[in-house]
Design a protein around this ligand. Sequence first.
Ligand SMILES: NC(=O)C1=CN([C@@H]2O[C@H](COP(=O)(O)OP(=O)(O)OC[C@H]3O[C@@H](n4cnc5c(N)ncnc54)[C@H](O)[C@@H]3O)[C@@H](O)[C@H]2O)C=CC1
Ligand SMILES: Nc1nc(=O)c2c([nH]1)NC[C@@H]1CN(c3ccc(C(=O)N[C@@H](CCC(=O)O)C(=O)O)cc3)CN21
Length: 317
Amino acid sequence: MKVTEHIEKANGKTLFSFEIIPPKKGKNIKELYDNINPLMEFKPPFIDVTTSREEYVYVNRDGLFDRKITRMRPGTVGICAAIKHKYNVDTVPHVLCGGFSKEETEYLLVDCHYLGIENVMALRGDAMNHQKYFEASEGGHHYACDLVGQINNLNQGKYLHDVVETDDKADFCIGVAGYPEKHIEAPSLNSDLKRLKEKVDAGADYIVTQMFFDNSKYFEFVDEAKKAGINVPIIPGIKPIAIPRHLQLLPHVFKIDIPEPLISEVEKCKNNKEVRQVGIEWCIKQSKELMEGGAPVLHYYSMGKSSNIEQIAKAIF
Ligand SMILES: NC(=O)C1=CN([C@@H]2O[C@H](COP(=O)(O)OP(=O)(O)OC[C@H]3O[C@@H](n4cnc5c(N)ncnc54)[C@H](O)[C@@H]3O)[C@@H](O)[C@H]2O)C=CC1
Ligand SMILES: Nc1nc(=O)c2c([nH]1)NC[C@@H]1CN(c3ccc(C(=O)N[C@@H](CCC(=O)O)C(=O)O)cc3)CN21
């Protein structure tokens, strides 16, 4: 079922969902299942599986380092199919511009269609780890908006190069990313909202936000998006702080602010366990308020580590 259908069916009740990252290649999938299992009692209607792009790795050959380019966490669509089959839930693979040509994206979407995967999250993706700015891959899209266009074309039976006539159209429900604190490359929140509107006009059915720690940023974003003519569901994406280093790391990686009261709570902690507890309590408070404020779904960036998300979900769902 589509994410938007799950939301409609819930009839105003807030749903629970979460996001996982594929294991490094060579690792057993069991660890992922062990982390998903405790979260299944909260009945997520869908689970997101991220896609990691290629990266440079350095291989030591007798003291000389060889630089190789490889994807360390492949398997997104396979994991989606495995989870869908094992738990009978919908899965949402992330589809990226970066690292994929349009052809490769088309093949991936064809696989999804055969597997009965009805939702995809369309993202531009991050720059490669050695790059300062995002660069489009050869034969790939520059912006998420163009990727949404390709998926929407497929929904209308239009494949690349118009090579086929179809009697079996895909009907993907398309998610895109939104930024309550603006995307780092956008000159202003307002211009970022215009870009978001372009994605919705190109066919996006719902929005998942970047993580935030101050709910007023989400509520203002939802208001501004409505004023800009965006009428699709806006799902808040949230993550509990779990280690002291997150105070520096999360603003650096995700370009977001951490509110002063949360910083001072974390700074008061004597050990990692206390920080984790502060993160859980803050996230419970955020979750309650978001629920009261009418958020359609609470989407947790668990990234495969479930114990804190489990405690939060126990308090909320
Ligand atoms: N769940 C996930 O995996 C999420 C990933 N992200 C990451 O966020 C980053 C951006 O991805 P998206 O939001 O999908 O990218 P996007 O293509 O929608 O936007 C990227 C940037 O380009 C700007 N932009 C868009 N269209 C433009 C145009 N035609 N001309 C000039 N500027 C334009 C936007 O304002 C924004 O600053 C990526 O790094 C992505 O991986 C963000 C949220 C969720
Ligand atoms: N720019 C960007 N890229 C993404 O891939 C991305 C977003 N934003 N925002 C939404 C989700 C959330 N994502 C993630 C990805 C990784 C962690 C993670 O494992 N973080 C580590 C530290 C990060 C690091 O070491 O780079 C952690 O300890 O929580 C969390 C959320 C992926 N998504």
